[in-house]
Ligand binder design. Sequence first.
Ligand code: PMP
Length: 406
Amino acid sequence: RSPLDVTTIRQDFPILAQQVNGKPLVYLDNGASAQKPAAVLDAMERYYREMHSNVHRGAHTLGDRATSAFEGARETVRNYLNAASTREIIWTRGTTEAINLVANGLTAQLGAGDEILISHMEHHANIVPWQMLAQRSGATLKVIAITPEGELDLDSFEQQLSERTKVLALTHVSNALGTINPVAELVARAKAAGAITLLDGAQAVPHFRPDVQALDCDFYAFSAHKLFGPTGIGVLYGREQRLEALPPYQFGGEMIERVTFEKSTWNALPYKFEAGTPAIAEAVGLGAAINYLNGLDRAAVEAAEHALISRAHELADSVPGMAIIGTARNKAAVMSFKIDGLHPSDIGTLLDQQGIAIRTGHHCAMPLMDFYGVPGTARASFAFYNTLDEVEQLFTALRKIQRLFV
Ligand code: PMP
């Protein structure tokens, strides 16, 4: 198809064609969760109608079909991330569970005197598991400072990185600010210092395709629901030797090799980390979402998103008292903002009355909100199916709200 024909693309997303509160839906809450193309809905329905059975129990044909759909999706994810092997692709419930899996597994590898380095712009999912690991192991949690524009302070990074740094855990793209961090450089520096590196890719994968081998990180986590796939499933990419060195996260069926009452041994990768019956239809749905994305011209997607966020930034001046929070040079299509005299949650409610969906609040990044001295922000986050006209509608509504309520 022609490079990013948004009118046609929107027809692939049935949910978008509806009225909300008497107005055409303008969905600008993609950072919280993105909508699903019909290809994903169809793949999941087809799976349940034609193939469903438990996986890896191959005594019958449906079991074989389910297993090949499920493992086929794993290969699709491997290819999307450019991982070396499907042994490195672990299904999880999402980014949160992926990070917990790693932080939990590192308990025995860390001790007093060791440091875990994160940043001031992390989502709670990339803070709290490390805080708990620090408490369990006696290690210290260190935080890379950020600049007022919402970029990582690279001097702060250099000052804090040392041979004591055992883990660097960073977000690839900030959910609250949109900042795209220079993670490949930081991973290289941390690796040279001997640290294990984890990237939180939850907000990166919907905007561009990461290459885990080029990034050279040890772990990369993301959630399907932000990548136009279903809820309930996500991925942990792990470098094979790092995964081998981690103990299992949960115990039970699937993840074992041999069980006796005295002792159990673990299955090979990736199954060692996949206890219990997995989210099979959801894996198939994620595979379908990636196949859908692979059918788009990704350079055109990035260009279109860039046009949306640039236009939004230009229009900020047209709303009296509006300020954008997060003005990094390199940012994804996310705009956090505040308007003098209006509480973020009121902005959200008033926009909803116009059919416009955004997110308001602390965005699971309370330390970041503290840094900016705000209780929360209003956040519009764009996807490739959004239009420039929707950006105009957002600002027309914001000007109206400002006029009537401030
Ligand atoms: N990290 C970031 C940067 C996120 O934006 C999110 C979701 N808001 C998460 C982690 C957690 O993802 P999930 O809730 O899907 O586990």
